[in-house]
Design a protein around this ligand. Structure first.
Ligand SMILES: [Zn+2]
Ligand SMILES: [Zn+2]
Length: 244
């Protein structure tokens, strides 16, 4: 948990904190954030709601209340405040249950639409590192080259799903000295909270090996925004979409 001081936060970074509390911020790109405005309620209820959403989405998430915030993401530094700036989107990641469109919620979504404190643009930029890290000299030696079947050294076929997984060196010059974690289908835990379907065939913010093309493909987190629930779920109108 981090105590919020909007004035200090704004002065420190030059950006404003949206004050339509309470809400969830889900990171879907490099400085790209999806906002879900929540109805008012006791913090314990809001926290439980946020945690449930996080467990299903498996994306970095921050619950922002009036005086404090709670991150759900293993790599978050203690005391980390909510994200500021960047590109803001909403109405795409659906919650478990639809919230009634109260005057309060409608008013806050309207303010979010006019919120100009982010200073960001309208473009969602993927993580340019593509989840890679610098390779050590030992890794460059050990992971160099291809296996007899043409698959990069370091990848092995998953016995469960049949796809490739492991760690290998990047296949294009920019990533030749980087180690890329590669995930099979079994690693995908990014699900839509509304319909329970995966956002994408492969894990978000991660790489998979495209065997047919012999390439490593990166799936950015904002692919979650392109998800559409199956047709039978489409009759459930979503407050945020209605308001946009
Ligand atoms: Zn697998
Ligand atoms: Zn869905």
């Amino acid at each position: 948990m981090a105590k919020l001081d909007p004035v200090t936060l704004s002065n420190k970074f030059g950006f404003s904190l949206f004050n339509g509390f309470p809400y969830l911020i889900t990171t879907v790109a490099e400085a790209g954030y999806h906002f879900t405005l929540l109805p008012g309620g006791p913090p314990s209820m809001l926290y439980a709601l946020a945690l449930s959403q996080y467990i299903v989405n498996d994306l970095p998430q921050c619950l922002v209340l009036r005086h404090d915030c709670y991150w759900h993401w293993p790599d978050t530094a203690p005391g980390e405040g909510p994200p500021l700036g960047g590109t803001i989107v909403w109405g795409k990641l659906l919650p478990f249950r639809l919230f009634p469109i109260t005057d309060d919620l409608a008013s806050r979504y309207d303010r979010l639409a006019r919120f100009d404190g982010n200073g960001g643009g309208n473009i969602l930029v993927p993580d340019l590192t593509e989840g890679s890290r610098s390779a050590t000299a030992e890794e460059i030696r050990r992971l160099a080259g291809k296996q007899q079947n043409g698959v990069p050294v370091g990848l092995a076929r998953c016995l469960k799903c049949g796809q490739w997984k492991g760690e290998c060196l990047g296949l294009i010059p920019n990533f030749a000295d980087k180690v890329k974690p590669v995930h099979c289908l079994c690693s995908n835990r990014n699900f839509c909270a509304s319909c329970g379907h995966p956002f994408h065939r492969y894990k978000l913010n991660a790489n998979y090996y495209d065997e047919a093309a012999g390439q490593i493909r990166y799936v950015p987190g904002f692919m979650a925004l392109q998800h559409r629930c199956p047709e039978q779920m489409e009759s459930k109108l979503r407050p945020a979409e209605v308001l946009q």
